[in-house]
Design a protein around this ligand. Structure first.
Ligand code: PXP
Length: 248
């Protein structure tokens, strides 16, 4: 892959959500991860939440064993998760905020106010070779703080843009998109690798994919949902087609 090609990271959390609805072993997120890999995913993302509501510890063990593409391990900044990450040493660790009562990761991480704590938290992860990514809102203050603490990657939260689009608030969507565009340029200029994700669909992916500074999109819920109707491989192929079209 060329240095400018946009990477697609496939988040498989919600295969585990469906599995866990019955408490058994089916459908297996590892099978989905291997299928996504065969269908051209550039990476697999999995979020091990404190409450283990979807991905389990055993899933992470399995992913580390079976994947040929990089694993982007999403986790909250807790001691428990740091230990797990240090044991596995995944390619990338994405630090996300986590609240027990939330349905999904609602906002970006508060880096600016927690700068010292986070700098100490990510240092050992970097020492063992993990690329540390920080999931943040398109906000200059947070991006500068992510840069200061030594993160190599920022992932810009596209949720507000996608929500506004889904609810037909097109002026809000355009404003959110403009912030994402400006902040991807800003982050890139600081030397950070810029990723983006959350809530992206066929309808919302293209404007984000068109930002030249964005190197990777992480997409889960919509793709797994589409996989019910189309199968994962065609769903990914359509997403990839739209990404490539936007990039061209
Ligand atoms: N990126 C991050 C950091 C996330 O937390 C999530 C959701 O777990 C995603 C991307 C993917 O979001 P979605 O499942 O809405 O596509």
């Amino acid at each position: 892959m060329s240095d400018t090609q946009l990477r697609l990271g496939v988040n498989i959390d919600h295969v585990a959500t469906v599995r866990n609805a019955r408490g058994g072993a089916y459908p297996d997120p590892l099978r989905a991860a291997k299928l996504a890999e065969e269908a051209g995913a550039d990476g697999i993302t999995a979020h091990l939440r404190e409450d283990r509501r979807h991905i389990s510890d055993a899933d992470i063990d399995g992913l580390m064993e079976v994947l040929s593409v990089p694993l982007n391990f999403e986790m909250a900044a807790t001691d428990e998760m740091q230990k797990i990450a240090l044991r596995h040493k995944p390619h990338a660790v994405c630090i996300v905020p986590e609240k027990r009562e939330e349905r999904t990761t609602e906002g970006g991480l508060e880096v600016a106010r927690e700068e010292n704590k986070l700098a100490h938290f990510i240092a050992p992860l970097r020492e063992v070779g993990c690329r540390v990514s920080i999931f943040i809102a398109a906000d200059k203050r947070q991006i500068e703080a992510a840069h200061r603490i030594g993160a190599e990657v920022i992932e810009l939260h596209t949720g507000a843009y996608c929500d506004a689009h889904a609810e037909g608030r097109m002026e809000d969507a355009a404003r959110e998109l403009e912030s994402l565009r400006e902040m991807s340029t800003f982050g890139h200029a600081l030397g950070l690798e810029v990723h983006a994700g959350h809530g992206l669909t066929y309808d919302t992916v293209k404007p984000v994919a068109a930002f030249p500074e964005v190197r990777e999109l992480n997409i889960g819920h919509f793709l797994i949902g589409e996989a019910i109707f189309l199968g994962l491989t065609p769903a990914m192929a359509e997403m990839r087609r739209l990404m490539d079209e936007a990039r061209a």
